[in-house]
Design a protein around this ligand. Structure first.
Ligand SMILES: Cc1ncc(COP(=O)(O)O)c(C=O)c1O
Length: 412
C-alpha cells in the first residue's frame, strides 16, 4: 500500500458558521488528548460522577438520572424514546421543522401511535394549540423540539410542563441545538426528559449526548428493567412492564452503569466523556446565564448586520433561537455558489437548510466557541463581499456598521 496517499491529517483552516458543528474550543481538544484510564478505575468513576454533577447544573435540574449517552445527539433522543415509549403508546409531536419529523420517525420505529400537529416552517406553537391537541389525542408522551435548527425557531416550553401534569402526560424535549445558548429550565418547566448535543452551543465535537430524566421518567423506565444474560445475577429482577427493545439504548441498564452498581454495559467512550466534561466546565466557569446572554448578543449582532445589508430573515424572528439565523437567499442569487465562494476564498462555512427550505434559506450560526464578535464581523464582511462580487449589490459596509453599532450601543 502506498502510504504517501494517506498523509497525516491536516484539514484546511475553517471558520464554521453554519448550524453546527462549529469549531471546537481548544480547551476541549486538549482535554480530549488526555490518556485513557480503565473504565472502572476510581479516577474514571469520579470523572463520571463529576460529569453528572456538571450537567445537572447545565440542565438546571436535581435529577439523579443525568448522564451521557455515547453517540451523537440522535442517540440521546433514541435512548429516551426507546426507553420511554412502549409499543402502542400514543405520542403527540408538534412539528415545526425537520427535527419534529425526526421525533415522529423514531417514535414510529418504537411502534408508537404517532399523532402530529403542524404549523408552517418559520412559526412555533402556542400553549393553547398544544393543549387542544393533548385534549383530543390524550397521549402518554408529548415529544417536542426546543430549537429546530432547520427553521431556526425556538418553541416556548415554559407553560407546557403544567399542561402535561394536568393531563398526565410525560414531557420530553430535544434541546440538541438550543442547550447552553437559550434558556432551558428542566425542573422549573416540569420536563420529564431532555436530550442535548455537544456540537452547538457547548463548543464540542459531536459524539456524546447529555440527557436528564425526571424521577417519574426514571420510574417508568425502571418498570421495563431487563438486565442482559451475560452479566445478570440473582439480584437482578425484571420490571413489570414490557422490556425496552434495544440493548445499546436501554436506559435502565445505562442508569445502573452510571449509578452505584456500575453495571457493565458498554465500553465507555472515554475521550468523548473527557471532551463533554471540559465543555461543561467552560460553560459553567463563564456562567450559564452569561453564556445565554453571549449567544443572544452575537446572534442579535448578526441579525442587525444581515438586516443592514438589506437581506430578509426567515421566520418569526421574535421566536428565533439565539444561536442561529435563517437568511432568505435573494432571488437571482445562487445560494450554493455563495456558500462555495465563502468557503473557498474566505474559509468560512455557512449552512443551507432542508426540505421546503433547501436552496431558499441560508443558516448562519453564532454558537459555542464561535459566538464571538470577530466571527460575526468576518462572516458579514465575507458574505457582503461575495454577494457584491456576484452582482447582487448591497450598500458596502452597511452590514458591518449595523453589527458594530449593536456592539457599541450602551446596552451591549
Ligand atoms: C434539533 C436537532 N435535533 C437533532 C439533531 C441530530 O443530531 P446529531 O446529528 O448530532 O445526531 C440535530 C442536528 O443538527 C438538531 O439540530
Amino acid at each position: 500500500m502506498d502510504m504517501s496517499h494517506y498523509p497525516q491529517l491536516n484539514p484546511p483552516a475553517r471558520l464554521l458558521m453554519g448550524p453546527g458543528p462549529i469549531n471546537v474550543d481548544p480547551r476541549v481538544l486538549r482535554a480530549m488528548s488526555t490518556q485513557l484510564v480503565g473504565q472502572y478505575d476510581p479516577a474514571m468513576t469520579q470523572y463520571m460522577n463529576e460529569v453528572m454533577e456538571l450537567y445537572r447544573a447545565l440542565f438546571r435540574t436535581d435529577n439523579p438520572g443525568t448522564l451521557l449517552i455515547d453517540g451523537t445527539s440522535r442517540a440521546g433522543i433514541e435512548a429516551i424514546l426507546l426507553s420511554a415509549i412502549r409499543p402502542g403508546d400514543k405520542v403527540l409531536v408538534p412539528v415545526f421543522g425537520r427535527f419534529g419529523h425526526l421525533l415522529c420517525e423514531i417514535a414510529r420505529r418504537c411502534r408508537a401511535q404517532v399523532h402530529t400537529i403542524e404549523v408552517p416552517w418559520g412559526d412555533v406553537f402556542t400553549p393553547d394549540q398544544i393543549e387542544t391537541a393533548i385534549k383530543t389525542v390524550r397521549p402518554r408522551l408529548l415529544l417536542t423540539v426546543q430549537g429546530d435548527t432547520s427553521t431556526t425557531m425556538l418553541q416556548p416550553l415554559a407553560e407546557l410542563g403544567a399542561l402535561c401534569r394536568q393531563y398526565g402526560v410525560l414531557f420530553y424535549t430535544d434541546a440538541t441545538a438550543s442547550f447552553g445558548g437559550n434558556v432551558l429550565e428542566t425542573d422549573a418547566w416540569g420536563l420529564d426528559a431532555v436530550s442535548a448535543g455537544m456540537q452547538k452551543c457547548l463548543g464540542g465535537p459531536s459524539g456524546t449526548s447529555p440527557v436528564t430524566l425526571s424521577p417519574q421518567m426514571e420510574a417508568v423506565i425502571r418498570q421495563r428493567k431487563c438486565v442482559e444474560a451475560g452479566i445478570r445475577t440473582a439480584a437482578h429482577l425484571d420490571g413489570d412492564d414490557e422490556m425496552i427493545y434495544s440493548n445499546y439504548f436501554d436506559l435502565g441498564m445505562i442508569l445502573d452503569y452510571w449509578g452505584p452498581e456500575r453495571l457493565n454495559h458498554h465500553t465507555e467512550a472515554t475521550t468523548a466523556l473527557f471532551g463533554a466534561r471540559e465543555c461543561a466546565r467552560i460553560l459553567l466557569q463563564e456562567g450559564l446565564d452569561n453564556s445565554i446572554a453571549r449567544h443572544k448578543q452575537h446572534g442579535d449582532a448578526l441579525l442587525k448586520g444581515i438586516q443592514g445589508m438589506g437581506l430578509a430573515t426567515f421566520g418569526d424572528v421574535r421566536h428565533k433561537m439565539n444561536n442561529v439565523l435563517g437568511v432568505i437567499i435573494p432571488s437571482g442569487v445562487d445560494g450554493d455558489q455563495v456558500r462555495k465562494l465563502m468557503l473557498a476564498d474566505f474559509g468560512i462555512e455557512i449552512g443551507t437548510s432542508f426540505g421546503p427550505l433547501i436552496g431558499k434559506v441560508w443558516r448562519i450560526g453564532t454558537m459555542g466557541y464561535n459566538a464571538r464578535k470577530d466571527c460575526v464581523l468576518q462572516t458579514l464582511a465575507a458574505l457582503e463581499a461575495v454577494l457584491n462580487h456576484l452582482g447582487f449589490n448591497t450598500i458596502q459596509g452597511a452590514a458591518l456598521q449595523a453589527a458594530w453599532d449593536h456592539y457599541t450601543d450602551g446596552s451591549h
